[in-house]
Ligand binder design. Structure first.
Ligand SMILES: [Zn+2]
Length: 242
């Protein structure tokens, strides 16, 4: 499968054609065949919005997990919060993407549950809506195996979503299994599919091109952020001279 919007659309169409209903982490038991679409937003909210719009055009809902403790974007900034609200307004759910490594040494299960609940509360306060699902960013082996039960929060890494669902992921821009063949086969009644909006573009780009495009676009973004906070920035450094 290519990492293009056309391919992603084709994946959604195939899921629908094979009889999969699109469900979320809270409601999935009412149909015989369902898929939960999960997106971890690791680097860019703008790219997440783009994919959210595509899904909405196809009448499909997904869960977007946003990081609170990251240097790449800011859910509390005007632009960041607007992006998250835009995703919600398209009919998707926002969950918490939790980075346990932001806490330093390994957290005990109790400490982790407490930190997740606290971050869900913070994200919820920023959005003005409940946040009741979590996915783990860079999970440790212990976190993967723990099956944490966190009061009031659905853990997408819980056993239910890994044992009772067939899990497919495009982590590091690589499907470990042939996702289209698996969907087409209809061999599984429950699918749990993780994709990262970051990898998808109009035209196919390699892993290296994707990363290079992201780092080189940062210059211009930084300039625009400065411009919003710096009177007459253009007289010091013009955008075209970057
Ligand atoms: Zn992640």
């Amino acid at each position: 499968m290519e990492f293009t919007y056309a391919s992603y659309r084709a994946l959604l169409a195939l899921l629908r054609e094979r009889g999969y209903s699109f469900r979320d982490y809270h409601h999935y038991g009412d149909v015989s065949r369902c898929v939960i679409l999960r997106h971890d937003v690791d680097f860019s909210l703008e790219r997440a919005v783009r994919l959210a719009e595509l899904e909405a055009e196809m009448g499909v809902g997904a869960t977007y997990f946003a990081l609170l403790r990251t240097d790449f974007y800011n859910p509390a900034s005007q632009r960041g919060a607007a992006a998250l609200r835009r995703i919600q307004s398209l009919g998707h759910e926002i969950g918490l993407h939790f980075d346990e490594k932001a806490y330093g040494p390994e957290l005990s299960p109790e400490e982790l549950a407490q930190a997740v609940r606290k971050e869900c509360g913070m994200l919820s306060a920023l959005l003005g809506t409940p946040v009741s699902a979590v996915s783990m960013h860079r999970p440790s082996k212990a976190a993967l195996e723990a099956d944490y039960h966190i009061p009031g929060v659905v853990n997408s890494y819980g056993k239910t979503f890994f044992r009772e669902f067939k899990y497919l992921s495009d982590s590091r821009r690589r499907w470990r299994e042939p996702v289209l063949d698996i969907v087409r086969s209809g061999a599984y009644d429950r699918l749990h599919i993780l994709t990262h909006a970051f990898w998808y573009h109009e035209a196919e780009r390699s892993l290296g091109e994707t990363v290079r495009g992201f780092t080189s676009s940062a210059n211009r973004e930084r300039w625009k952020q400065l411009e919003e906070n710096f009177t007459d920035l253009g007289s010091i450094l013009r955008e075209e001279d970057l």
